[in-house]
Design a protein around this ligand. Structure first.
Ligand code: TXA
Ligand code: MG
Length: 354
């Protein structure tokens, strides 16, 4: 059964809250990406998320609630740093990892002693959480609404396209328009001795550092990378967020040369190019043999459109995607992270991104 997306309205949000309380799945818009939601306190409802995504069951899920007060009920310990960050950035693109409370099901945490919590900023997500707290637990477990390892959805149509075949009658896809942030939330682990950024995302490292500054000398975030005790994070697998196409990061000025070379070496291959808007491509650029999708010059605008562009190019059947690499500066951290993962392939199988 291929469901269609329902425009978000008071009625459809009420219906969706009821569906959640009956153990159904509801794909919902958030400001970062669309999530595949289920009642976060129901083992059974949560198990359906893993089945529909094709995600290994030991990968933990983020719990979404409508306020910091509700988030506190899911944590065994709520440090001062959590208060600071929640006050500064919730509702918003920030996930906090905390020691879990006893009411959090094992299915959510993948058996770990920590839990990820977030208050999303999208008005439809907040309205749904609010409605669900009246008829159910008010806690929505939601990973990005894509098949495991693939490109996250930033439009309801991406969800229907990617997951429609796996959803059942009674499940709902709520359409709340295009996501404004476009990459996933920044994940900050507050369960250890000092805060650590596990995944760069919608909030920059410097925004988080500013809020934590002065809290205590222990509070400066460090990168999760290279740390032996990094918890299991599926977003930190090397190959992730990958489209079907093989992605290559190329210095911007070499993108046309790379396109020509690729075509010489592999005639017949379908090529997509993602230069920057500001780039002046030479006159050969308007060639029928490749698809050009120019990208915004600003990091936030780039992030907002990245997954939509990748999803569109995948649907056009692009085999090789040549991406002009962004500058290696902090404001590009989240975009660079997602592009590098998309460019990483463990084997040559075209289905690796699934
Ligand atoms: O923006 C977002 O965070 C979106 C929207 C829907 O909220 N959600 C999202 O969920 O990106 P997902 O499951 O695709 O990615 C969440 C990441 C995963 O890599 C997961 O391993 C990690 O968060 N995570 C969740 N709970 C964790 C925990 N207790 N410890 C460490 N990592 C955790
Ligand atoms: Mg994801």
């Amino acid at each position: 059964m291929m469901p269609s997306a329902v425009p978000a309205s008071d009625q459809s949000i009420t219906d969706a809250a009821k569906a959640l309380s009956q153990g159904r799945l509801v794909a919902l818009p958030t400001e970062t990406v669309y999530g595949l939601g289920a009642d976060g306190l129901s083992e059974h409802a949560v198990s359906r998320i893993f089945a529909v995504k094709g995600r290994p069951s030991d990968h933990p899920l983020i719990l979404h609630v409508d306020s910091a007060a509700q988030a506190k009920k899911l944590a065994a310990h709520w440090p001062q740093s959590a208060d600071r960050l929640a006050e500064a950035f919730w509702p918003g693109p920030l996930t906090l990892i905390l020691k879990r409370a006893d009411n959090v099901p094992d299915a959510v945490t993948g058996g770990q002693d920590t839990v990820g919590v977030r208050v999303p900023g999208h008005p439809v997500a907040l309205a749904l959480l609010h409605a669900f707290s009246k008829v159910g637990s008010g806690v929505i477990a939601a990973p990005s609404a894509n098949r495991f390892g693939g490109v996250s959805p930033t439009r309801a149509s991406d969800v229907v396209h990617g997951l429609g075949a796996f959803l059942e009658a009674g499940d709902i896809v709520l359409d709340g328009g295009d996501c404004s942030v476009g990459v996933e939330s920044t994940i900050v682990d507050l369960s250890g001795e000092r805060p650590r950024i596990l995944r760069p995302g919608g909030l920059s490292r410097s925004e988080i550092e500013q809020v934590l500054a002065g809290l205590s000398t222990q509070s400066t975030p460090s990168s999760g990378r290279g740390d032996a005790a990094v918890p299991r994070v599926s977003g930190s697998l090397e190959s992730h967020y990958a489209p079907r196409a093989r992605v290559r990061l190329i210095p911007p000025e070499q993108i046309m040369t790379a396109a020509t070379e690729t075509l010489t070496q592999q005639p017949g291959v379908r090529i997509g190019l993602m230069p920057f808007n500001h780039q002046q491509l030479d006159k050969d650029a308007a060639d029928m043999r490749w698809v050009i999708q120019s990208m915004p010059n600003q990091a936030k605008a780039y992030a907002q459109s990245l997954y939509a562009v990748m999803n569109d190019l995948d649907r056009l059947g692009i085999d090789v995607l040549l991406v002009a690499s962004p500058p290696q500066t902090v404001e590009w951290e989240a975009v660079l992270d997602r592009l590098r993962r998309a460019a990483t392939r463990i084997d040559d199988s075209p289905t690796m991104g699934e």
